[in-house]
Write a protein of this length. Structure first.
Length: 256
């Protein structure tokens, strides 16, 4: 694997980006320019490997000069980091909000499928190990935000929040890495759903509804199945709408 010092077009990796200061008009111009750079980079990434994209390529594709690129980003990896952070923010803030880690992964796999070639070219870059550090850091921030939101007002120790966040991050990154390694061919959503059920348990009223697909050979002739399906949906919808902090808030005045 080549050293970053031998890749002058990429420059040294730094997480910090240049943040232009100024009035509202200057900030609007800056954001528009960054959007052009991001869009142009993604278009190039759809066409070729990351290893074959330089700052000069991005500048020429976007109709800007190299100095303009370096004014906003210290290198290509800072640009990638910002794109990943923005996409992670969209995953967390999209409606309806994610309730658990498996829903986060479901949305991430959907994004990956929508940008299949670009993600493929990133994943198979010669600088993959360097990129994995970025993936992990962004994923950890995403999982930590989810854990804190789920905990709500519960008295959870900071060390426990960090431990759970790290566990979820390792799980998510490991699952996505394995999926990408095999060319995104396995049914990721089905696998994620099963892992979520195995780790979180099932409250299905009957055994045949514990899996996503009903395995019962008599399901087509079962006259009580519609009733059980409605009950299962009611249970899941209700539990999804209630958090532990909600329950504690309701019973707080009843404590002795």
């Amino acid at each position: 694997m080549g050293s970053l010092q031998n890749m002058p077009e990429y420059g040294m990796m730094r997480v910090e980006n240049s943040r232009p200061q100024g009035g509202r008009r200057e900030q609007t111009v800056a954001q528009n320019t960054k959007n052009v750079i991001r869009k142009g980079f993604i278009e190039l990434l759809e066409q070729r490997s990351l290893d074959k994209i330089s700052v000069v390529d991005i500048a020429e594709h976007c109709g800007i000069n190299r100095n303009t690129f370096y004014y906003y980003y210290c290198d290509i990896y800072a640009l990638i980091r910002e794109i990943l952070e923005d996409e992670a923010r969209k995953v967390l803030t999209a409606d309806p909000p994610c309730k658990n880690w498996s829903e986060v992964v479901m949305r991430v796999t959907g994004f990956i499928r929508a940008n299949r070639r670009a993600v493929y070219h990133l994943y198979h870059s010669s600088q993959r190990e360097l990129l994995e550090d970025h993936y992990f850091q962004v994923a950890y921030t995403c999982m930590e935000s989810l854990v804190r939101r789920t905990a709500g007002g519960l008295p959870v120790a900071e060390e426990d929040v960090q431990t759970i966040s790290a566990l979820y991050t390792a799980t998510v990154v490991g699952m996505l890495d394995r999926w990408l390694r095999y060319g995104m061919k396995p049914d990721a959503e089905k696998y994620i759903y099963r892992v979520g059920r195995l780790t979180e348990g099932s409250l299905a009223p009957v055994t045949c509804l514990e899996s996503e697909e009903n395995p019962c050979p008599r399901a087509g002739q079962c006259t009580t199945l519609p009733m059980w399906e409605k009950l299962d949906a009611l249970i899941n919808d209700y539990l999804d709408s209630v958090s532990l902090s909600d329950l504690l808030a309701q019973t707080d005045g009843q404590r002795i």
